[in-house]
Ligand binder design. Structure first.
Ligand code: GUN
Length: 302
C-alpha cells in the first residue's frame, strides 16, 4: 500500500472534541446551547439509522435535540406548519428534514420553507447562492462537501493550483464541492472539472486529477488505471452490494462498496478514503459544526 489513508472516523473525533469544547465555553459565557431539530417522516430504515446517529451525536455534544417523527401520510400543510413552528422557536438553531420525503410532499417546497439562517443542511437556495459567492457570504456549506474539504485540508493535501476532478453533478455533493474547490480560500483555489454521465471521455479527465472526488453512486466506476500516481482520491460512494452477518452483533448488515476500486487504487494514489469509514462519518460531524455555527451567528460571535 502506497497511499495514506484519510480516515473519517479519526477526523470526526478531532472535530467533535473541538465542538464539545466550544459548546461548553458558550454555555458558561452565554448560558445557551445549540438547538437542533430533526424531522423524520415515515419509517425508511436508512433514514431512521441516519437520524438515530444524528441524535446520538448531538446529545453527546451537549446540544438540545428535538426528534420530531411524523407519520408517512403526513400532509404537506402539516409539515409546513411544523417548520414554521421551529422557524419561530428561539431555542432552535438548526432544522433538518431528513430526505427523501414521501411522494405526496413537494420536497422543494419543504426545503424552501426552512429559515435560511436555520438551514444547517445548506440546501435552501439562499445558502446555495451564498456558497456560490463564497468568502464571508457562506453561512452553511452543505455537510458532505464540507466534510470532504475538511478531510483534504487536515490530510495536508495541496489544493492551490491543483487539478481537481469531480465525478458526479448532484445538488448534494458534485455541484457544491466543485464550487467550493474553486473558491479563493483555504483548501481550495483549484482548477476544477466536473464529469458526469454525458461526459465523452471520463477516463482522460480522471487521469489528470491531482484531487479526484468521486460521487457517482456506481460501485467500482473509477478504475485503478484512471488514477494519477500520488493523487488524492476521495470516494463518496456508499453502495450496498450485498449483506453479511456482523461479527460484532450477529445481525445482518449491508456490505458497502465505494465508487472506486479501493484495493487496487490504494497502490497508486497518494491519499485515499476508505468505504466505510471515510467520507460517511464526516457528514453528521459537519451538521453539528453548522448547528454550532448557527448559534454563534445569532450570538454575534461567529
Ligand atoms: N438524506 C441523505 N443524506 C441527507 C442529508 O445530508 N441531509 C438530509 N436532510 N437528508 C439526507
Amino acid at each position: 500500500m502506497t497511499a495514506k489513508l484519510i480516515k473519517g472516523t479519526e477526523i470526526r473525533e478531532e472535530i467533535l472534541e473541538e465542538i464539545e469544547k466550544e459548546v461548553k465555553q458558550i454555555k458558561e459565557k452565554h448560558g445557551v446551547v445549540p438547538g437542533l431539530v430533526t424531522i423524520l417522516v415515515g419509517e425508511n430504515p436508512a433514514s431512521i439509522s441516519y437520524v438515530t446517529l444524528k441524535i446520538k451525536t448531538a446529545t453527546r455534544l451537549g446540544f438540545k435535540e428535538i426528534q420530531d417523527n411524523q407519520p408517512e401520510d403526513v400532509s404537506e400543510e402539516a409539515l409546513l406548519a411544523l417548520i414554521d413552528k421551529y422557524n419561530n422557536d428561539d431555542s432552535i438553531n438548526g432544522i433538518l428534514v431528513q430526505l427523501p420525503l414521501p411522494k405526496q410532499i413537494d420536497e422543494k417546497k419543504i426545503l424552501n420553507a426552512i429559515d435560511p439562517d436555520k438551514d444547517v443542511d445548506g440546501f435552501h437556495p439562499v445558502n446555495v447562492g451564498r456558497l456560490m459567492i463564497g468568502g464571508a457570504e457562506v453561512k452553511f456549506p452543505p455537510c458532505t462537501p464540507a466534510g470532504i474539504q475538511e478531510m483534504i485540508i487536515r490530510a495536508g493535501v495541496e489544493t492551490s493550483g491543483a487539478e481537481t476532478v469531480v465525478v458526479g453533478r448532484s445538488n448534494i455533493v458534485g455541484k457544491p464541492i466543485a464550487n467550493m474547490m474553486l473558491q479563493k480560500a483555504e483548501g481550495a483555489n483549484s482548477t476544477v472539472t466536473v464529469v458526469h454521465t454525458r461526459t465523452k471521455d471520463m477516463e482522460s479527465h480522471c487521469k489528470r486529477a491531482d484531487i479526484l472526488i468521486v460521487a457517482a453512486g456506481v460501485p467500482g466506476l473509477v478504475k485503478p488505471e484512471w488514477i494519477k500516481p500520488g493523487a488524492c482520491v476521495i470516494d463518496v460512494g456508499v453502495n450496498r452490494v450485498g449483506e453479511k452477518i456482523s461479527e460484532k452483533t450477529g445481525k445482518k448488515i449491508a456490505i458497502l462498496r465505494g465508487d472506486v476500486d479501493f484495493d487496487a487504487a490504494k497502490e497508486i494514489a497518494g491519499w485515499i478514503t476508505p468505504v466505510p469509514g471515510g467520507v460517511g462519518p464526516m457528514t453528521i460531524t459537519m451538521l453539528m459544526k453548522n448547528t454550532l455555527k448557527s448559534l454563534k451567528f445569532k450570538l454575534g460571535i461567529a
